[in-house]
Each structure stands twice: as C-alpha cells, then as structure tokens.
Design a protein. Structure first.
Length: 93
C-alpha cells in the first residue's frame, strides 16, 4: 500500500510540474486537473484534510475555467456559422 501511495504522490507532483510548463492555458488546466486529482487521492491516503480541501478547490477552479473556455468556443463557432449563413443568403440575392 505504501508503494502505491508514493507512486500516486510522485505522479501527481510530476504532472503538476508538467502542467505549469504548458504553452496553452487549456492544456495547463487539463493537466492541472489531473495533477490535483492525483494529489487529492494521495492526501486522502495520508489523511491530510487541509491538502484535500486545497485540491478539491483547485479541481473546482480548473473545471470552471474549462467550462468557460468550452462555452466561449461554442459561442464563437455559433457566431461564425451565423455570419457564414448570413453572407450565403446575401450572395444568393
């Protein structure tokens, strides 16, 4: 059990470092979400309530911003589609 716990802790730490090195914010958020999840599991195994609470908060923050980015991307796509359809209608006239 101790070996698996340490593997989870080291994997979470490594993923956290990798996430900070990402060139795009969305990739940083996805990797940080994974790191926070692993570190939350690790701290649950250790029984460290403050660190579990911290990682739950980080998970929520990353999920929120990923949702915001996805919503903005959908809106941008919808606007581009609407503009394209409008220009098609105008071209047909």
């Amino acid at each position: 059990m101790d070996l698996w716990r340490e593997i989870v802790g080291w994997a979470g730490s490594a993923l956290l470092i990798i996430s900070i090195l990402q060139p795009t914010i969305s990739r940083l958020r996805w990797l940080n979400l994974g790191a926070s999840s692993l570190l939350m599991a690790y701290n649950l195994m250790l029984g460290s309530a403050p660190m579990v609470a911290l990682n739950i908060t980080l998970i929520a923050i990353n999920c929120w911003y990923l949702f915001v980015v996805a919503r903005a991307a959908r809106a941008k796509t919808a606007n581009a589609t609407a503009l394209s359809e409008e220009s098609d209608r105008r071209a047909r006239r």
